[in-house]
Design a binder for this molecule. Structure first.
Ligand SMILES: C[S@@+](CC[C@H](N)C(=O)[O-])C[C@H]1O[C@@H](n2cnc3c(N)ncnc32)[C@H](O)[C@@H]1O
Length: 243
């Protein structure tokens, strides 16, 4: 993939729950499920991972593989606010989505609709502003988006980023599928993630392929299959062994 991507390299998609997603012509792959981008993110990353950890800890260190549209970051920001915890959110992104594309995404509205039903007593203010700040914030330096959310984005390939050992409680592994980017689903990559996660960390991913399960096990993760989001039978949750 190249780094000089243009507006024409992306197309905007409306998914089944009304939230947007994008397709990326460089890999001819969508960023999210057509059955609902926001619903999928809540099902795969927020509920079985972030919310489980946030119920037990008031400060959480989150790592996201592939910042992309910023959907997972915005949802985590909202959950952190609703659940009253402080989040240090680190994301790596090699091919940032351009302004002409992310400025069209309806996430501040669609996420407020979906999370409004889950947290009826919580008021989500200034989501549009916070979402824009997440995209415009500087690379390579922590930026405070609010009192409860600090964002550190690395404009880099995952292979080129160094992480402090034992630092993350939550990992959203949201790379393009192994058939498009097999190099992001190897035992070596998961060993790098293993070294970066703390004892008791949770990694979730939408991908439940046999090779991915074997790569996670080879890197010393215990894996568990969970029911997938709409349109997918299964997803994976993994926890490090021996930390
Ligand atoms: C499936 S998309 C998900 C993005 C994001 N989580 C979202 O919800 O929009 C995968 C993301 O990984 C990024 N990516 C692809 N290869 C990468 C690499 N080697 N290192 C870091 N990011 C990469 C892509 O540009 C894309 O944004």
């Amino acid at each position: 993939m190249e780094n000089n991507l243009l507006y024409s390299d992306y197309s905007l998609v409306v998914t089944e729950d009304g939230s947007h997603s994008i397709r990326f012509s460089a890999v001819d792959e969508g960023y999210h499920s057509v059955h609902g981008a926001t619903s999928e993110a809540v099902h795969v990353y927020l509920l079985p991972n972030f919310a489980t950890q946030a119920a037990q800890k008031s400060v959480l260190h989150v790592f996201e593989m592939g910042f992309g549209t910023g959907l997972n970051a915005l949802l985590t920001y909202m959950f952190a606010h609703a659940m009253g915890c402080k989040v240090y959110y680190t994301a790596v992104e090699a091919y940032p989505v351009p302004y002409s594309v992310y400025s069209q995404l309806n996430y501040p509205v669609s996420c407020a609709n979906i999370l409004g039903d889950m947290f009826p007593d919580v008021c989500f203010d200034n989501l549009q502003h916070s979402f824009e700040l997440m995209h415009t914030s500087a690379w390579g330096t922590p930026v405070s988006i609010s009192d409860h959310f600090v964002l550190l984005k690395h404009h880099s390939l995952l292979h080129d980023v160094d992480f402090a050992p034992n630092s993350f409680d939550v990992v959203y592994y949201d790379a393009f599928a192994p058939q498009y980017q097999p190099e992001l689903w190897t035992p070596e990559v998961f060993e790098k993630i293993y070294s970066a996660v703390a004892a008791g960390a949770i990694l979730t991913t939408y991908c439940c392929k046999g090779d991915v399960k074997r790569a996670l096990k080879a890197a010393n993760f215990k894996i568990e299959k969970l029911p997938g989001p709409k349109g997918k039978r299964e997803m994976l949750r993994a926890m490090p062994i021996g930390k």
